[in-house]
Design a protein around this ligand. Sequence first.
Ligand SMILES: [Zn+2]
Length: 130
Amino acid sequence: MSKAEVNEAQHSNEQVLSMKPSELAELVRVIVQEAKRPDPLTPAEIRQMEQQQEQRLNQSDQVKAEIEQKVARQNICTHLRKDGTARIVYVQNQNYLLCQKCRKIIRPEKEPELFNELFQLQMANNQLFD
Ligand SMILES: [Zn+2]
């Protein structure tokens, strides 16, 4: 330690010692805050975060594409078999029809015409098997 450094150390010690309790409390608060502050991110960590973000975006694109495909399948599905019978089941407690091919849910309040048509077909089919 040089003489200048010793002087400076003594000087800063004196500064701490001459602090008012409120100033000392503030100093301790700042030191604790600095100690708690997370280390700055390394370039590798930043790259990893960017990759994760990109992955999440890709996944949501994938989910969106899957939903679009499902809706497209449902839109071209007639919900009928080749023999003209309905490929649906009536879910009684929820009051909707479910297509067994495209998994579309047909609710009477949303698509009353389609619901009635398929419901009647389904009832007619069931009666045939009675
Ligand atoms: Zn269908």
